[in-house]
Design a protein around this ligand. Structure first.
Ligand code: FAD
Length: 294
């Protein structure tokens, strides 16, 4: 187990923003994870779990308590027939590639975004081709007090970019279908091409993916990006944070940006869309610490 006191989370978040974790702890086995959780619970230390930090907005002041990262055994995955078993720290992009290579259908639908398996389950990540909940059978992990849990996909109560999880996911099992490798490769390439053309994906455009959830209005889920675009938001900026010219629901940052810049810009976007469309936008990015606790 490796402990990194006062570790700047900007180093570990996709948008390159965020103050320090009081203590970032890398755990490599279930025993270590169990130990950290039990100790933190006994000391009443708050605990958070970090994936690839691709959907996070960490405040400039940082995060109190222990931030856990799942490394070592948690990054492994294996295919056994139609069943995929993956540690919650496994890189989704590697699993997508390997599933396509093996001709297994069910994960190419998740191509083109960075995630760990745990982060993808917590966010029910996906898009118009499918979501991670489509193939999940069950997951297992630990409550924050260190006691183990196991739950089925149904018990996760998946919804749009949401899951009900009782704690930290440590591993997950999925059911895939046999497919035609050539066909899957074409599907994978077409998703990558479409995303590459529509979203700011390069390292020179750090972001946290979609800033806002696509809102439900009149029984239909509408594109937050389209609403922001129609309201004239493209190009709006605060400090080093600006609305991407490629996709209006992406906030991209320059090296001098702060999380405060992003938070202020998000509030301005919410006002703009409320005034223009009479629609409330709600953040999709997970804010640390949660604004509700401020
Ligand atoms: C360029 C770009 C494109 C993107 N495109 C998409 C897209 O098309 N579709 C989409 O859905 N998302 C997209 N995203 C957002 C992001 O990739 C997903 O939400 C992803 O699933 C986050 O995974 P993560 O491992 O980085 O989680 P993090 O961002 O590190 O964490 C997100 C949340 O998951 C929780 N979490 C992480 N690991 C665990 C665990 N083991 N157990 C319990 N909770 C956990 C965290 O505590 C946090 O609340 C995009 C992001 C970027 C930067």
């Amino acid at each position: 187990m490796k402990k990194h006191p006062n570790e700047p989370l900007a180093r570990h978040c996709w948008n390159k923003l965020g103050g320090p974790a009081e203590c970032l702890v890398d755990v490599e086995t279930e025993e270590e994870l169990h130990r950290v959780l039990s100790e933190s619970h006994a000391q009443q230390t708050p605990v958070s779990v970090l994936g690839l930090g691709s959907n996070l907005l960490v405040s400039d002041e940082g995060v109190p308590g222990t931030v856990i990262r799942l490394k070592g055994a948690f990054t492994e995955f294996s295919f056994e027939g139609h069943v995929l078993r993956a540690g919650a720290g496994a890189d989704l992009r590697k699993i997508v590639s390997e599933s396509v290579r093996r001709g297994m259908d069910g994960f190419w639908q998740l191509a083109g975004f960075p995630a760990t398996i745990g982060g993808a389950i917590a966010m029910n990540a996906g898009g118009r081709w499918g979501e991670i909940s489509d193939t999940l059978l069950h997951c297992a992990g630990f409550h924050l007090d260190g006691t183990p849990f196991q739950q089925t996909a149904e018990e996760c109560q998946f919804a749009y970019r949401e899951a009900r999880l009782p704690g930290i996911v440590a591993q997950a099992t999925f059911s895939l279908q046999q497919g035609d490798p050539d066909e899957l490769r074409l599907q994978f390439k077409s998703v990558m091409r479409e995303k590459g053309a529509a979203q700011p994906l390069g390292a020179s455009n750090p972001s946290s993916g979609c800033a806002f959830r696509n809102p439900m209005t009149g029984g239909t889920r509408r594109s937050a990006g389209q609403l922001i675009d129609e309201a004239g938001g493209k190009g709006m900026a605060v400090g080093g944070a600006s609305i991407s010219m490629d996709h209006a629901n992406f906030i991209v940052t320059t090296p001098d940006a702060t999380s405060k810049d992003v938070e202020t810009l998000m509030k301005q976007i919410q006002h703009l869309v409320a005034a223009h469309h009479k629609v409330d936008l709600h953040p999709e990015v997970v804010q640390w610490p949660s604004p509700k606790n401020h």
